[in-house]
Design a protein around this ligand. Structure first.
Ligand SMILES: Cc1cc2nc3c(=O)[nH]c(=O)nc-3n(C[C@H](O)[C@H](O)[C@H](O)COP(=O)(O)O)c2cc1C
Length: 394
């Protein structure tokens, strides 16, 4: 199959699996422990059913929405993924350009191959920034000033990585070991297109072909550095940290990784603007519920005071429609765009986004929802809505 023939995210997944060395594919694809939460994220979407209202007039449809005062072409966005460079050496720069071309929000990860200024300079689109706090909190003010000066519009603090999850696929593959294990080298040699890009990427960047960084700009291009950044990033974030960031960051502030409703009041009191219901794509605490099963609880607890987003397991526009119907203001996808990036670089990410857009548009038409605001809870059944009757309620 060629990229042009891919008709859905699963096709992009197959293309990515074919292009990447096994250990690299595992690193992007895998979850924590027994991968129970990873599977739950998907299974829970499949359990939810649509209840269409087909007589509504859907001849004209509008997928746009407004979030934090910003008009978005659609409520599907790109989640932060560290180590995107494993998929393609152009990494965050390719993703940011694709997001701008497709007119969707890209939330860039702290664990990036390029300086945040480079990514911002390469894109005309709407960029948000995902923050892992620097271990030395004294540097926080400077970092937040850099993020704001570069033009990132919203900031998300990820709270579910006090330490790194138990990614057994990575432990087994020992992807990051130095020197690389012979098996990894052989796997790389067996995927020459990937290996050439991976090795050339650093040289290209240093020659200044990508980005606009001064030659001495900090970059985190090597796997060693990526590993170090991930380790450093895995740090306890506390309520005091949220307070500290809130005092320094004037734009919209989001907490990413909330998995229960009873923390919403305190977040509202602290002046937080939004939350992402997320279990880190099943990569951190194995055993937590599917995010779509927690979403109604958080939406109800937020009671309109927080903008609620969701990520985890969204593989179809139809999944996005279900989350929006259950009260999400928007959804993020992680692995789907990494598949697009691996399969076709910037063009692959654009195509993947357009497939999701077409699916969301079709789902809305067939549901009888002409606008995003028309997507409401009456359009779905089988969700875990607090207080709802029936076996699915709790
Ligand atoms: C390879 C990979 C790297 C990730 N890196 C980060 C990260 O650096 N920061 C973060 O907040 N979340 C990170 N995440 C989690 C995503 O932001 C998101 O929560 C998750 O991928 C959503 O699930 P999905 O992949 O099923 O769409 C990562 C996920 C993957 C798959």
């Amino acid at each position: 199959m060629r990229m042009q023939d891919a008709v859905n995210v699963e096709d992009f997944r197959r293309l990515a699996r074919r292009r990447l060395p096994r250990a690299v594919f595992d690193a992007l694809e895998g979850g924590a422990g027994d991968e129970v939460s990873l599977r739950r994220n998907r299974a829970a979407f499949d359990r939810i059913e649509f209840r269409p209202r087909p007589l509504a007039d859907v001849a004209k449809r509008d997928l746009s929405t407004t979030v934090f005062g910003e008009r978005l072409s659609m409520p599907i966005m790109l989640a932060p993924t560290g180590a995107s460079r494993l998929a393609r050496s152009a990494a965050e720069i390719a993703v940011a350009r694709a997001a701008a071309r497709a007119d969707v929000v890209y939330m860039q990860s702290t664990v990036a191959a390029f300086p945040l200024e480079d990514v911002a300079a390469s894109s005309t689109g709407s960029l948000w920034y995902q923050l892992y706090l620097p271990p030395d909190r004294a540097g926080l003010g400077d970092l937040l000033r850099r993020i704001a000066a570069a033009g990132y519009r919203a900031l998300a603090i990820t709270i579910d990585t006090s330490i790194l999850g138990n990614r057994e696929r990575d432990t087994r593959n020992r992807l990051m070991s130095r020197p690389p294990r012979p098996r990894i080298v052989l796997q790389g040699a067996g995927k020459p297109a990937w290996a050439t890009d991976f090795l050339r990427g650093k040289a290209d960047y240093l020659r200044g072909r990508l980005g606009t960084a001064p030659p001495d700009a900090p970059s985190q291009l090597s796997l060693d550095q990526t590993r170090d950044t991930i380790m450093a990033a895995s740090d306890c974030v506390t309520w005091e940290d949220v307070e500290r960031v809130r005092a320094l960051w004037t734009g919209p502030l989001i907490i990413k990784g909330l998995m229960r409703g009873d923390e919403c009041d305190r977040l509202v009191e602290m002046g937080v603007d939004g939350v992402v219901v997320s279990n880190h794509g099943g990569r951190q605490l194995d055993g937590v519920p599917a995010t779509i099963d927690v979403l109604p609880e958080v939406v109800d607890a937020a009671a309109g005071r927080l903008t609620v987003f969701l990520d985890g397991g969204v593989r179809r526009g139809n999944d996005a429609a279900k989350a929006l119907a259950l009260g999400a203001a928007g959804v993020f996808v992680g692995r789907p765009y990494l598949y697009g990036l691996a399969a076709g670089g910037e063009a692959g990410v654009v195509r993947m986004i357009e497939l999701l857009r077409e699916e969301l548009d079709r789902a809305m038409a067939l549901l009888g929802a002409a606008t995003v605001a028309d997507l409401d809870r009456t359009l779905v059944s089988g969700a875990r809505v607090p207080g709802a009757p029936g076996p699915a309620g709790r």
